[in-house]
Design a protein around this ligand. Sequence first.
Ligand SMILES: C[S@@+](CC[C@H](N)C(=O)[O-])C[C@H]1O[C@@H](n2cnc3c(N)ncnc32)[C@H](O)[C@@H]1O
Length: 277
Amino acid sequence: MMRVGFPPCLPSHPVLVGTMSPAIALAFLPLVVTLLVRYRHYFRLLVRMVLLRSLRDCLSGLRIEERAFSYVLTHALPGDPSHILTTLDHWSSHCEYLGHMGPVKGQILMRLVEERAPASVLELGTHCGYSTLLIARALPPEGRLLTVEWDPRMAVVAEKLIRLAGFDERTVELIVSSSEEVIPRLQTQYLLNQADMVLLAHRPRCYLRDLQLLEAHALLPAGATVLADHVLFPGAPRFLQYAKNCGRYRCRLHHTGLPDFPAIKDGIAQLTYTGPS
Ligand SMILES: C[S@@+](CC[C@H](N)C(=O)[O-])C[C@H]1O[C@@H](n2cnc3c(N)ncnc32)[C@H](O)[C@@H]1O
């Protein structure tokens, strides 16, 4: 004889389950509310930087950097890097969050470039060219900037932005490659003997590897300045630990927040290379 019963995976007491779920949910409510309040800035960042961006990418068939460049083309003054930078800042604050360096960190970067007056600068991680314009604008006469971007589609936008701002290839050269491939070829292929200043802005988790590559290829003269963005958010703990403990750098941290999210703490590390120990 066949016995009919509940399959083991189905609840045998549906009424009990129906009354338990809201009770459990209610018990978790204070925790969920606390988390939402505490991490609200991170949720907003996630929504603006990931969810809304992906939706707009799908709808427009363009990337955010390409949409930003279209806006710059129609709203900024060609040949005026400052106006192009403020146009990008405005677009990022009022239209779509670009995730660029932004004006507060930008001020720190520009001040350091003006103070150090480096003859040669290497930037890793061009993105759409925002920090590239900041550096190029503050370079001394005859100064040279090499900027490296591994994403070819991003590099097309950056190249157009750099040229729109009025910088020629002698002043700003964009290299489309990954940092780890290009660093060993800088001296031979790009005739960059040494870099007086380096901006690490590509991937915090690659900072340590690339700093050690620069050291290994003798690309840093004594006194060179190495700047590293996003060392606190998302963070580069191994890089910071190495810079502080290896005995070859004097370190300083500039505390800032993210553009439009000042409550999310971040920082730019400033290292001064004291030479091989
Ligand atoms: C956070 S964005 C840089 C921000 C930018 N400098 C600005 O103007 O604010 C990082 C960029 O680095 C690029 N990138 C990441 N890893 C890289 C690597 N190993 N070599 C070269 N570019 C890299 C990414 O494609 C991205 O465009």
